[in-house]
Design a protein around this ligand. Structure first.
Ligand code: PBG
Length: 332
């Protein structure tokens, strides 16, 4: 036998790190945080072990905890004190997210992104306005253009509160364009937009909908979120949002859509974010709880694979644990 090509030569402990192609660092990660205006105490989220809904009074403290792990950015989700048909609390000056942003910007150095959607704010749990049921032909789907007006108001209110970046997640056509116009008109030319550009209709959002109380009361989101069968459409969505002025494009979920992360990477020069969603988190936790896999290793491998696929940054519920593990590694 005459083997001259031996890839194993580069796998010894000393050289492995030198030839490693992909790396993960706390500065790649954004931690989602749930702020709940209906509670005075932290409420654990059962399907997302280690995560809680945090009352407004503990917002800054919660963000300090995130920062101590080395993660510098948070994505805020709000659970409002009340819901209505239109989701008016989404753009209230004293709304849960607006108050939380003010608090965080006053008390911490965190970079604050705000999720912009209505499903947590509407009684029907959809991501925008539902056509009046009394109308002659009620469509029972979200009205795109009427929702754009609410998106615009909400973006302005979030920017006025001090949000560093606005992240619209409702999958309305034209949402990035109206937000960019509104921000520029109101003097927020320096506030970037991270668009949930390629967001699939996914069963992996289940735990989040418990956490944020945003499950649709009827129907599903397939009229506005993408069909998981589609690949070319992802490029089209990404391109449209880039044309409308998105600064960062997101693909969501992450692990079942790594091919899409790669496709979008190859079709844009904008930074790409991937959202390692609640179901991806819950799945690993459930298996680890049964002793079927090593949670930390599985989490690291998942996040590394998302970066390898082409993502520059990752939104993940593992952010704090992984950041801590990464800095522990550095010390050894
Ligand atoms: C709001 C929104 C959702 C998620 C983020 N923003 C839920 C949905 O679209 O139903 C899901 C995040 C997760 O599962 O971690 N539209």
């Amino acid at each position: 036998m005459d083997i001259t090509k031996r890839p194993r030569r580069l796998r010894s402990d000393g050289v492995r790190p030198l030839v490693s192609e992909t790396s993960l660092s706390p500065s790649d990660l954004i931690a989602p945080v749930f702020i709940d205006a209906t509670t005075d105490e932290r409420v654990p989220i059962e399907s997302m072990p280690g995560h809680e809904r945090v009352p407004l009074s503990e917002t800054a403290e919660r963000v300090h905890e995130v920062r101590e792990t080395g993660v510098e950015a948070v994505m805020l989700f709000g659970i409002p004190e009340g819901k209505d048909e239109q989701g008016t609390r989404a753009w209230a000056e004293d709304g849960v997210v607006q108050r939380a942003v003010r608090e965080i910007k006053a008390e911490t150095d965190a970079y604050v992104l705000t999720d912009l959607c209505f499903c947590e704010y509407t009684t029907h749990g959809h991501c925008g306005i539902i056509e009046d049921e009394a109308a002659e032909n009620p469509k029972q789907t979200v009205e795109n253009d009427a929702t754009l007006e609410l998106i615009e108001r909400t973006a302005i209110s979030q920017a006025e509160a001090g949000a560093d970046m606005i992240a619209p997640s409702g999958m309305m056509d034209g949402m990035v364009g109206v937000i960019r116009d509104a921000l520029d008109r109101e003097g927020f030319t320096e506030v970037p937009i991270m668009s949930y550009a390629v967001k699939y209709e996914s069963a992996f959002y289940g735990p989040f909908r418990d956490a944020a109380d945003g499950a649709p009361a009827f129907g599903d989101r397939r009229h506005y979120q993408m069909d998981s069968a589609n690949r070319r459409e992802a490029i089209r969505e990404a391109r449209l949002d880039a044309e409308q002025g998105a600064d960062v494009l997101m693909v969501k979920p992450a692990l079942p859509y790594l091919d899409i992360v790669r496709d979008v990477r190859e079709n844009t020069d904008l930074p790409i974010a991937a959202y390692n969603v609640s179901g991806e988190y819950a799945m690993l936790h459930a298996a680890a709880e049964k002793g079927w896999l090593d949670l930390e290793k599985a989490a690291m491998e998942s996040l590394l694979s998302i970066k390898r696929a082409g993502a520059d940054l990752i939104l993940t519920y593992f952010a704090e644990n992984v950041a801590e593990a990464l800095s522990a590694d550095h010390r050894t």
